[in-house]
Design a protein around this ligand. Sequence first.
Ligand code: PLP
Length: 341
Amino acid sequence: MAKKNIDWANIGFGYIKTDYRYVSHYKNGAWDEGALITDETITLNECACVFQYAQTCFEGLKAYTTEDGHIVTFRPDLNAERMMNSAARLEMPQFPKERFIDAVTKTVAANADYVPPFGSGATLYIRPFMFGSNPVIGVKPAEEYQFRILTTPVGPYFKGGAKPITICVSDFDRAAPHGTGHVKAGLNYAMSLHAIMEAHRNGFDENMYLDAATRTYVEETGGANFIFVTKDNTVVTPKSGSILPSITRRSIIYVAEHYLGLKVEERPVRFDEVKDFAECGLCGTAAVISPVGKIVDHGNEICMPSGMEKMGPVIQKLYDTLTGIQMGHIEAPEGWIHVIK
Ligand SMILES: *Cc1c(COP(=O)(O)O)cnc(C)c1O
C-alpha cells in the first residue's frame, strides 16, 4: 500500500473519488449485512422518497494520521448516536451504533491510501448518509432505505492560518421551535442555501441565526455552533432545542473545564449580550474552531476585541488543546480516539 499521489496541502474542500464506499440496504424491516463497493454512482427510481420528500439525513467526521502514524477518527460513537436521533425524527429506520462504527472503520481502512499524512493539514472527510429509496407519491415514509458512507480527502481548512471571519445577523430563520434544527437532516441545508448565498452576495462569510420565535437569542450558523468567551474568561455557548448538537462544541466544553480549568456556561444567550463578549468562534468538524472577528446586525457592527488578525487567546488555547488531543500529542479522555489501524 502506498499513499496516493495527491498534493495534500492544496486539495481544497471538494469531492475527490476514493476507491471504496460502504452500502447497506434496508428492506422488509431489516438492514442487510452491508458491503464495501467500488461503484460511486447510485441508480434510483425517479419517484424515490428522497427525491420527492427529502427523506435523508447525514453525518460528517474525519479520519487523520496521528504523529505516531496511526489512522484514527474522533468520537464516531457520537456521530452514530446523532444519526440514530436524526433517523428517528425523520421516520427512518435506525442504523445501529456498533454497525455504524464498524462501517466507518472498514470504509476508512479500505481507503487508507487516501488518508492524508500527518502534518499535511489535510484529512479524510467521512460522510455517512441515509435516504428513503423506494417510490413514494403519497406523503409517507419510504419502506426501503440505503445507509452509505463515502469518503473524500479534504485540504486544510485554513490555508496560511485561521483569519477571523465576518458574519451577519440573518433575516431568515434556520429552525423553528419543535422543528428539525436539532437533527442533521438534508432539508435544513436545502433551505439554508438561499440565506448563505444572500450573505455572500452582501460580503459576509456566514450567517448568525437568531431564535425563530422571538429573534432575541443567538442560535447558530448554517453549519457550526457558537462559542463565546467573556472578558473574565468564561466560555459561554448557546443552549436551545433547535441547535444541532455539535460534537466539536461538546468536546470543547469538556476541554475548557477539564484541561484548561475554565468556567463554562451553557445557557440561552441574548443577542444584546454579544457586544460584551471578548471572543467569538464557530465550531464544527470541518474547521474545529473558526474565529469570528466581526458581527454585523443591519449595518450595526460589533467588533470583537480579539480583532481581525488572529484568534483570541482563549479560543486559541481551546483550538490547540483539542487539535493536540486529536493528533495524539495530548492525552485524550477515555474513548475519544478510535484507532482504525
Ligand atoms: C454538523 C453541524 C454542526 C457541527 O457539528 P460537529 O459534530 O461539530 O461537526 C453544527 N451545526 C449544524 C447545523 C450542523 O449541521
